[in-house]
Design a protein around this ligand. Structure first.
Ligand code: 5GP
Ligand code: ZN
Length: 105
């Protein structure tokens, strides 16, 4: 799987490692555990992502949801400024919705 990373993108800088895709906590979380899952390939839009990189992302998002014991959450992916994309490197948000009955919501 060929790397396609840039020097100008903050997410490319974060993923200079060995994994085909990557997950980390959002710097400005909407809730506790708000995570981002990104491909190790610099593409601005979801539809520009090669199939092999695409195939890595959702299984990793699922592992995070399962390992974190998430019950209710948003899986969110924005494309373009009109759709509220700020960082121009494809990413999925996993945004936990804490259980209000446990006093966390
Ligand atoms: P977008 O609006 O583009 O879908 O979401 C971009 C997300 O990236 C935002 O939730 C923002 O808080 C997060 N973010 C931006 N820069 C950084 C960073 O340097 N590190 C981390 N961990 N998250 C970042
Ligand atoms: Zn990038």
């Amino acid at each position: 799987m060929a790397d396609h990373l840039t020097d100008s993108c903050i997410f490319c800088k974060i993923i200079r490692g060995d994994l085909p895709s990557y997950a980390f906590l959002d710097i400005n979380p909407l809730s506790d555990g708000h995570a981002l899952v990104i491909p190790k390939y610099h593409a601005e839009f979801f539809h520009q992502l090669p199939e092999d990189h695409l195939a890595d992302i959702l299984p990793l998002a699922k592992k995070i949801a399962v390992a974190s014991g998430l019950d209710q959450y948003n899986l969110l992916q924005n494309n373009g400024p009109m759709a509220h994309q700020v960082v121009k490197h494809v990413h999925f948000h996993i945004i936990p919705k804490p259980n209000a009955e446990e006093g966390l919501g």
